[in-house]
Design a protein around this ligand. Structure first.
Ligand code: PGA
Length: 241
């Protein structure tokens, strides 16, 4: 099971000290079959990389530019640059970036570039509340998958993170039956090798007991709760107990 910590726009150099607990936990037997991946802001990737050097915690970024090469792109970072500083993962298509104007087409270019750079891609999809209310969840997810993964054959380094937009940061999670059916539906969009499927949106130590029962999930993408190492560790522990 994969546990991806999405720190969003959070943290400074002092935050690194809070990770001691997680490093210790990652070396203990309690971690069982949990794989931990931290996606801090760009400013902390190198420090996290150093912190995790003697343990198996992996590092990811929260976005990247779609170009494979250096260029005149003030303020941006591409996938090769991320790979060169120790990131192995990148979150792409997050709804917080879609809201700012990232289109399916742009996300597709980013995914292609990330795969080329040998980053594992955590590709986020999810419906808004109004789309859900209008019964559009499935058509939205299919569209996001179809356009986001257009002409991408290699699925081995791909994770799909199903994150209903209405669930992110709200404390609300889908009903178990709905979530199970949606995961099943997502799987049906793929032929042959399936990507790994994560759920994200308000995952916390309280609701993990329900979420862990959902069939066919390979893990969780955790935002707010992952910024607190105790909560993050609790989520992992409870998943296996
Ligand atoms: P949340 O965020 O856990 O704070 O809801 C999840 C995410 O945005 O990836």
């Amino acid at each position: 099971m994969y546990f991806v910590a999405n720190w969003k726009m959070f943290g400074n150099l002092k935050s690194i000290n809070t990770l001691d607990k997680v490093v210790k936990f990652s070396k203990s037997k309690e971690i069982k079959k949990g794989r931990l991946i931290y996606c801090p802001p760009y400013t902390l990737i190198t420090s996290f990389f150093k912190k995790f050097q003697n343990c198996l915690i992996d590092i990811g970024a929260q976005n990247c530019h779609e170009s494979d090469d250096y260029g005149s792109q003030t303020g941006f970072i591409n996938s090769k640059m991320l790979k060169s500083i120790g990131a192995n993962y990148v979150i792409l298509g997050h709804s917080e970036n879609r809201k700012k104007g990232e289109t399916d087409k742009l996300i597709n270019l980013k995914i292609k570039s990330a795969i080329k750079a040998k980053l594992k891609v955590i590709f986020c999809i999810g419906e808004t509340l109004s789309e859900k209310k209008r019964g559009k969840t499935r058509s939205i997810l299919s569209k996001q998958i179809k356009l986001g993964l257009n002409k991408i054959k290699k699925k081995s380094n791909l994770f799909i993170a199903y994150e209903p937009v209405w669930s992110i940061g709200t404390g609300k999670i889908p009903k178990s039956k709905d979530l199970e059916q949606t995961v099943e539906f997502i799987k049906k969009n793929f032929k042959g090798k399936l990507p790994k499927i994560l759920y994200g949106g308000s995952v916390n130590p309280k609701n993990i007991n329900d979420l862990k029962k959902i069939n066919n999930l390979d893990g969780f993408l955790i935002g707010g709760a992952s910024q607190n190492p105790k909560k993050f560790i609790d989520i992992v522990k409870k998943t296996f107990n």
